[in-house]
Design a protein around this ligand. Structure first.
Ligand SMILES: [Zn+2]
Length: 58
């Protein structure tokens, strides 16, 4: 695992660890405060969304 900004992956700045900048730190903060955005959180039930590409029939 390479150490980098938890948000964008750039080299992190000591001041803003584990982020590279205040901006990324804010992004992470907003996730906690404002809820998860841009991240499809919990989706365990996906049964009929898979494209049928296999033919299992003999
Ligand atoms: Zn970053």
């Amino acid at each position: 695992m390479s150490a980098g900004c938890a948000i964008c992956g750039r080299p992190m700045a000591p001041e803003y660890r584990p982020f590279c900048s205040k901006r990324c730190a804010n992004v992470d903060l907003q996730r906690w405060l404002g809820g998860v955005y841009a991240i499809p959180a919990v989706e365990d039930d996906e049964s009929d969304s898979a494209p049928v590409t296999e033919n299992d029939e003999p």
